[in-house]
Design a protein around this ligand. Structure first.
Ligand SMILES: C[S@@+](CC[C@H](N)C(=O)[O-])C[C@H]1O[C@@H](n2cnc3c(N)ncnc32)[C@H](O)[C@@H]1O
Length: 315
């Protein structure tokens, strides 16, 4: 069988067919079998990811073929996300190191970074920005890369994620990004930001338990977020006003948990971002609106914090 595969394009086509036949789940970086087979084949062949298609007809050696087929096999048998097999993921046009210490970067917030968070910032000046729940550091480092005038902090609870973020900071020459270990805002007393961007865990318990095997290679701390996916989001909504400047903005990804946000907080004014591909469960909130609704948000957050006494709110 492998004797019949001669060229790069033969290998890519074969890999894509095997991936589809095996019923793999895509969506960590690329959303289809052909792109993933291309990514893995070019990685194994030590060729650039944007190789001209004319090289598709180039023949491979036996040793190269074995390398490529070995990666395909791991993708199929172990269901490892392709980015963990290549050790690399692209985000906002930048190449990040990716491994099991943090989720594979894939947030639609990349598009907002590239558009300078306009029209949401509306020309507001940003001096300090925070990436809460930074994982691999992708959002913080991309913000710092495209806006070197911003002072960017990045927070995560996981030491492992922070060690990967530190390697990415080095890789992308973003030494000025400050990395901090903190349970959400708890380690940020007194710190205020013009822009807080967050892609927190927001997958419901039921959905986490039913995720395809690919997601089992990612740290669960980055995914699981309670019965309705809002355990962390409610804490973020409650505490963000203390860490936003008067005209500050919160940008938060909640994915499918958007429905739960509408159900719990129907009156909170949130602007749901329209991306090139449509809505992706990312909202923008103004500090003043979070302050106005703080009592209700704090009550909802307290209700789900085991043993916590109901709180009257912070404002
Ligand atoms: C969905 S991942 C997002 C990672 C990264 N921002 C991205 O877009 O790829 C969520 C991250 O939140 C972190 N996290 C989970 N609970 C946290 C907490 N209580 N405080 C801070 N970070 C937390 C996880 O370790 C994980 O890295």
């Amino acid at each position: 069988m492998a004797d019949e595969l001669h060229t790069i394009i033969d290998l890519i086509r074969y890999g894509a067919s095997r991936f589809n036949a095996a019923g793999l789940t895509f969506g960590h970086s690329y959303d289809n079998a052909l792109d993933e087979a291309t990514q893995l084949a070019l990685h194994a062949l030590h060729l650039p990811h944007d190789l001209s298609p004319v090289y598709g007809q180039a023949r491979v050696t036996l040793a190269e073929k074995e390398e490529v087929l070995g990666l395909f096999l791991r993708r199929i048998e172990e269901r490892v996300p392709a980015a963990y097999l290549t050790g690399e993921a692209w985000f906002a046009g930048l190449s990040f190191k990716s491994d099991r210490r943090a989720l594979v970067p894939r947030s639609p917030i990349a598009e907002l970074i590239l558009s300078g968070f306009e029209p949401w910032l509306g020309g507001r000046e940003v001096t300090r920005a925070l990436d809460l729940c930074t994982g691999s550091g992708c959002i913080a480092i991309a913000m710092a890369h495209y806006r070197p005038d911003w002072r960017v902090d990045a927070v995560d609870l996981s030491e492992e994620a922070l060690s990967l973020a530190a390697e990415n900071r080095e890789r992308l020459g973003a030494g000025h990004v400050r990395l901090l270990r903190s349970d959400l805002f708890s380690g940020l007393q007194g710190e205020r930001y013009d822009l807080i961007v967050t892609n927190p865990p927001y997958v419901t318990d039921d959905e986490t338990d039913a995720l395809p095997p690919e997601y089992g290679h990612e740290p669960e701390l980055g995914l699981r977020a309670g019965a309705d996916g809002l355990d962390l989001v409610l804490r973020i909504l409650r505490d963000a006003p203390l860490h936003l400047t008067d005209h500050g903005l919160l940008v938060c990804e909640v994915g499918e948990a958007e429905r739960a946000v509408h159900r719990l907080l129907p009156e909170l004014p949130l602007a749901w971002v329209e991306f090139k591909v449509g809505q992706m469960g990312v909202f923008v909130a103004e500090r003043r609106d979070l302050v106005a609704h703080n009592a209700r948000i704090a009550r909802l957050a307290a209700e789900r914090e085991a043993g916590a006494a109901p709180s009257a709110g912070l404002f």
